[in-house]
Design a protein around this ligand. Structure first.
Ligand SMILES: Cc1cc2nc3c(=O)[nH]c(=O)nc-3n(C[C@H](O)[C@H](O)[C@H](O)COP(=O)(O)O)c2cc1C
Ligand code: SF4
Length: 465
């Protein structure tokens, strides 16, 4: 029987995180092999590569890195007449604020990822694969390098893997610590040794024109781990987890104002927002009420906890759905005007001022814009300057209009999706909390307190005003 240092909630379904915080577990290959590790690779190499892709398509797996794009379909975008080398890249940048899942896999179960990568490389015909890991995970990079060496000694990586004639080298590449290196084309530029300026799509869809202008599959750490489980159970059985079009499990990382923040692996769409926040996370902190949630990493549009959505049914009729009843799947969260993104759920309670939340987000995007396109480079900094005034109590009501107008002029007009990532929080927070923000533009009532932790820190430092 598996026991954990932090037992999973009964509503969790542990597939990818089966070994995370497991008692007696360590990242070594010996431990992994004792638990049946690399058996799925042994099965996969007896299959035709196209059949592996077929199982992944059948499974319905959608990428866990942010966009939720179907993984099997992405793999089929490699041009059938291709004669160039194919590359596989594991996106281990985990840079989206509020997201903290890939690091646990890397730190505690690196062989699960390597096994998933070898199977995926075999399926897409890649003989060189990279793990692009963010600079801030030095321990993770060292663990992966060690794990790759271990896998090589057992012939799971390297030449003539398991006697099949299939060769694969996996390299760990450390980023330099920039959010934009998580965007797949920025990542590819960085891997090529250049400044990570994202490429424009079309034409630079990586599956056709990726690393060194060769077909390249970029997948998230968690997505690649799922491939191993799809081979283990078969695409159809995997697709029976979760709900139609939103299959399998996914890891949600909850941070912010709940009693019990942390990671939870759930069947996609089988839990509602209310169940996640109140049952798994223990509800709001004592004496507080929940105000808003950013459901899929900082780039996702904010949802108010008192919202009710009108959604279309397949038969053309409509239905009402409260925030608390939103099933945690890609499609419903999108229908409610936001996105499931990277699974990072950020919870905000009634002690937080939205001006502070907005300014916090603006500061991040202004800092992280790569600067390649003008609307994003200039606009993200302008938005931050205006929200600086808002939290200082120096903004006028017209400033809110300017802020909104800048956001709408960035949205949809930039080289990469960072433009939307920086403008959506502004658009949604102003649209949904206009009265609260307007009240802060009057001067007297403005600004304080932004958040209780900050006030406590300021008191400690003697900087509270
Ligand atoms: C600004 C920005 C940052 C991103 N950061 C990450 C990241 O840290 N990790 C990640 O897997 N995907 C990130 N993505 C999404 C990737 O571009 C890409 O869609 C993803 O790695 C594909 O993998 P998947 O299909 O398995 O989800 C980011 C996208 C954008 C626009
Ligand atoms: S949208 Fe922003 S981050 Fe993306 S390429 Fe343009 S300047 Fe860079």
């Amino acid at each position: 029987m598996i026991t954990y240092t932090k037992p999973p909630h009964p509503r969790e379904y542990r597939l990818i995180f089966k070994n995370v915080d497991r008692e007696g577990w360590d990242p070594s290959i010996d431990c992994y092999l004792r638990d049946g590790g690399y058996e799925d690779l042994k099965k996969a190499v007896t299959m035709q590569p196209k059949d592996i892709t077929g199982e992944v398509k059948k499974s319905g797996l959608r990428g866990r890195g942010g966009a939720g794009f179907p993984t099997g379909m992405k793999w089929t975008f490699i041009p059938p007449t291709n004669t160039k080398p194919v590359y596989l890249i594991c996106n281990c940048d985990e840079s989206e604020p509020g997201t903290f899942k890939d690091r646990y896999i890397v730190h505690q179960d690196p062989h699960q990822l390597i096994e998933g990568m070898v199977i995926s490389s075999f399926a897409v015909g890649a003989h060189i694969a990279y793990i692009y890991i963010r600079e801030e995970f030095p321990q993770g990079a060292a663990i992966l390098e060690r794990a790759i060496e271990e896998a090589k000694t057992r012939n799971f990586v390297g030449k003539n893997i398991l006697g099949t004639g299939f060769d694969l080298e996996i390299y760990v590449h450390r980023g330099a610590g920039a959010y934009i290196c998580g965007e797949e084309t920025g990542l590819i530029e960085s891997l090529e040794g250049k400044r990570p300026y994202p490429r424009i799509k079309p034409p630079y869809f990586p599956a056709a024109l990726g690393l060194y202008m060769c077909p390249t599959i970029v997948n998230n750490v968690e997505s690649l781990c799922h491939v191993k489980h799809i081979i283990h159970m078969g695409g159809d059985q995997y697709a029976s987890l979760g709900v139609p079009r939103n299959t399998g499990t996914r890891i949600v990382g909850v941070s912010g104002d709940v009693k019990n923040p942390g990671y939870f692996e759930i069947e996609v769409g089988k839990l509602t927002m209310g169940e996640l926040l109140n049952d798994l996370c223990g509800g709001p902190k004592d004496g507080r009420t929940l105000k808003a949630v950013i459901p899929g990493g900082s780039s996702a549009k904010i949802l108010r906890c008192d919202e009710v959505y009108t959604l279309k049914n397949p038969d053309g009729t409509s239905r009402q759905l409260s925030f608390w009843d939103i099933p945690l799947d890609f499609d419903t969260i999108a229908a409610c005007g936001s996105m499931a993104g990277s699974g990072g759920v950020i919870v905000i309670d009634d002690t937080r001022k939205m001006s502070w939340v907005l300014n916090n987000l603006n500061a991040f995007y202004a800092h992280e814009s790569c600067g390649q396109c003008t609307p994003c480079r200039e606009g993200s900094t302008w938005m931050k300057k205006i929200s600086d005034r808002l939290v200082a109590g120096e903004a006028s009501p017209e400033d809110l209009e300017t802020l909104e107008s800048i956001a709408y002029q960035i949205d949809g007009k930039t080289v990469c999706a960072f433009g939307e990532a920086s403008s959506w929080p502004v658009e949604a927070i102003i649209a949904k909390f206009r009265d609260e923000l307007l009240a802060e533009t009057s001067g007297a009532a403005a600004a304080h307190p932004h958040n209780p932790e900050l006030i406590a820190q300021q008191r400690y430092l003697g900087t509270a005003s």
